[in-house]
Ligand binder design. Structure first.
Ligand SMILES: Cc1ncc(COP(=O)(O)O)c(C=O)c1O
Length: 351
């Protein structure tokens, strides 16, 4: 997909929160970090500051900056497993579907997947994948990987996280959480980042989709898992020499809780979009709207018509489900224009 820069303002993309640019405060922080020399590989004041801020925010044992979400997931999983161990995850997990087999190749582990209608794992779904424990012929499940916000825009409640955490501890399983959109979950649930991480051993905290230019943090909650992280990060080619530029982005997002304001705004825009299309013929919401994503089943003709003018993806070809994403910089006018476009196209089809 090409989103060509042009003189005329293009309609806002609803294709991904990755389509959005960088928040001005993050760009300012990058400019400020760009003064003079700093020691490389994280031995600099910006990294010290952002690391301390995130450690406090989460109550974490270790904080490790990486370049992207796939790397965070791979590094996180690699802290947990021995060579013959496996990860239980949802069938639709980014880790399973959208990371080009990175975990399989780089960690060298097997992913044991579970089908789930709403993107969420439950103790029962995990139990169903625990067969063969202790059998030397079978891969040994050792970790569970969940995504918060899930790939279909839903959120685990704090109670669901607590129950999953308890289940994992009782069953000698470690719990990993892909938090590429963790800010949106905190905004939806009205809780702190520490609340979200309380039952988790290792998680990622996404900056990029929240307004950073490209920075993610791996947050290690379980102190027994932090010791190898720096070595594995380097082997996995994620140790930034000019680390200050990753760290400064996080400090900008943490300043006056910009991360939360960005996420609250993006979520509110998704809610506005969902409300705007409710009742439109040929449009059926497919998942509850609990973050900055709207998943809707559409009349296939409507998809084709809309995609001539608007940027968004088809999530599920078979069921004609589309994914509309909002971002920190989506405006009410952007949403209203899109809703009008949807209403007009739907009207033309049914007329
Ligand atoms: C759930 C989830 N996890 C992780 C990622 C991070 O992926 P990337 O490696 O492209 O930064 C994404 C990005 O789309 C995502 O949606």
């Amino acid at each position: 997909m090409t989103l060509t820069p042009s003189a005329a303002p293009a309609p806002k993309s609803f294709g991904s929160d990755n389509h959005a640019g960088t928040h001005p405060a993050v760009l300012r922080a990058l400019g400020e970090a760009n003064r003079g020399d700093a020691t490389a590989y994280g031995d600099d004041p910006w990294t010290a500051r952002a690391t301390a801020q995130l450690a406090e925010e989460f109550g974490a044992s270790g904080v490790f900056f990486v370049f992207n979400g796939t790397a965070a997931n791979v590094l996180g999983i690699s802290l947990m497993l021995r060579p013959y161990e496996a990860v239980v995850c949802a069938e639709g997990a980014h880790l399973n579907v959208d990371e080009c087999g990175a975990a399989e190749r780089i960690v060298g582990c097997k992913l044991l997947t579970a089908a789930t209608p709403d993107g969420k794992l439950t103790p029962q779904l995990v139990t169903d994948r625990l067969g063969g424990r202790g059998d030397e012929h079978r891969v040994q499940p050792r970790a569970v990987a969940i995504t918060q916000v899930t790939e279909v825009g839903t959120c685990y409640t704090l109670e669901e996280l607590r129950r999953l955490g308890e289940f994992c501890r009782a069953n000698e399983l470690l719990l990993y959480m892909d938090g590429a959109r963790l800010a949106n979950a905190a905004a939806f649930l009205g809780c702190s980042l520490a609340d979200l991480a309380a039952s988790i051993d290792v998680l990622s905290f996404g900056g990029t989709k929240n307004g950073a230019m490209g920075a993610e943090a791996l947050i290690v909650m379980n102190p027994s898992l932090a010791a190898t992280a720096v070595f594995q990060r380097k082997q996995q080619m994620q140790l930034a020499s000019k680390m200050r530029y990753l760290a400064a982005q996080f400090s900008a997002l943490l300043e006056d809780r910009l991360w939360l304001r960005n996420a609250e705004h993006a979520n509110a825009m998704a809610r506005r979009l969902a409300d705007g299309v409710t009742g439109v013929p040929g449009v059926q919401l497919h998942q509850p709207v609990e973050s900055n994503g709207v998943f809707a089943a559409l009349d296939p003709e409507l998809i084709e018509t809309l995609q001539r003018e608007w940027t968004f993806g088809v999530w599920d070809d078979r069921e004609h489900v589309v994914r509309w994403m909002t971002a920190f910089d989506t405006t009410e006018d952007d949403v209203d224009a899109f809703v009008s476009g949807i209403r007009a196209a739907a009207g033309a089809i049914t007329a």
